[in-house]
Design a protein around this ligand. Structure first.
Ligand code: PXG
Length: 288
């Protein structure tokens, strides 16, 4: 496998960053997780735009243009002969002296890994996931804006560990006020009386690229949609629930904290949206 690192494609065994890199020392950096479907990169421009906004928010200047990043991302897939892949694009603050100050780091580190993807087992798409609400709260947007896709994932990792301890693969994270923020690596949608609902970034949700694609699909399919704050009550009383993310795509949720959601089976609107999403990823996107 070849990995892009700071200007060149190098062998995986040579793809190493410094122990002084502030991405490692402080989690000071940003990333994107992107999918390649049958030779097409899904919503690459949207991912690069989000990366640029994340960079702007942490005052990190990416040393490459959008076109250069786009070309490198495509090349990372081509050079590894991939048709379907998971792409990880990372920009860290770069190596510098010890100490938090980002101005100690003169040169950001940029790397792109294109690799095979590990998906949720098919049975969960067929039968739905059973998820839990975890005690760890989502850091509020006033402390760390959830719109920044940063390398600081400890908040989500604590929640992921709790989910596993409760025997679940994903977890609902509430914000400090007790409203639903999102899952550890997925956005949350519910369907109630035919209306599709999801939480806004102001409640602690990442503005997911898959979430955006689902909102566009809902418009196309004339499914009424609203972005609104949600509580666990709304999920308990929802007709359907599903999660969206680059890794998960659209995955039905049929249980929360042991309570059955809707009929206890993946819902019809979820199935329609998933079908439309899977069609879209094959035809839409940047040809590598
Ligand atoms: N919320 C959080 C906290 C995420 O990390 C999403 C929502 C969904 O966003 P997208 O843009 O993917 O629809 C994410 C995405 C990984 C990995 O390597 C994580 C994500 C995406 C891809 C890979 O664990 N998280």
């Amino acid at each position: 496998m070849k990995v892009y690192l700071d200007g060149a494609f190098v062998d995986k065994s040579e793809a190493k960053v410094s122990v002084f890199d502030h991405g490692l020392l402080y989690g000071d950096g940003i990333f994107e997780g992107i999918r390649l479907y049958d030779g097409n990169i899904f919503r690459l421009d949207e991912h690069l735009e989000r990366l640029e906004y994340s960079a702007k928010a942490i005052l990190l200047s990416i040393p490459l243009t959008r076109k250069e990043l786009s070309d490198i991302t495509c090349e990372a897939c081509r050079i590894n002969n991939l048709k379907d892949a998971y792409i990880r694009l990372v920009v860290t603050r770069g190596p510098g002296d010890l100490g938090l100050a980002p101005w100690l780091c003169p040169k950001p580190t940029v790397f792109v890994i294109a690799d095979k993807i590990a998906l949720y087992p098919q049975e969960h798409y067929d039968n739905g996931l059973a998820i839990v609400t975890v005690p760890t709260r989502r850091i509020g947007p006033a402390s760390l804006p959830s719109t920044i896709k940063s390398l600081n994932y400890l908040n989500n990792i604590l929640a992921k560990i709790e989910a596993k301890q409760f025997g679940a693969l994903e977890a609902i994270m509430l914000n400090e006020q007790g409203f639903v923020a999102e899952c550890t690596a997925d956005n949350v949608f519910i369907v109630h009386k035919g209306v599709l609902l999801t939480t806004p970034s102001s409640q602690g949700a990442l503005e997911g690229i898959t979430r955006g694609a689902i909102i566009a699909i809902a418009q196309e399919l004339n499914i009424p949609f609203k972005e609104t704050s949600l509580t666990r009550y709304d999920i308990w009383c929802a007709d359907e629930c599903f999660l969206t993310g680059t890794g998960a795509e659209v995955i039905p949720v049929t249980k929360l904290d042991g309570r059955v959601i809707g009929t206890g089976r993946p819902g019809q609107i979820t199935a329609k949206v998933l079908e439309a999403f899977r069609k879209r990823v094959r035809i839409e996107g940047t040809r590598i």
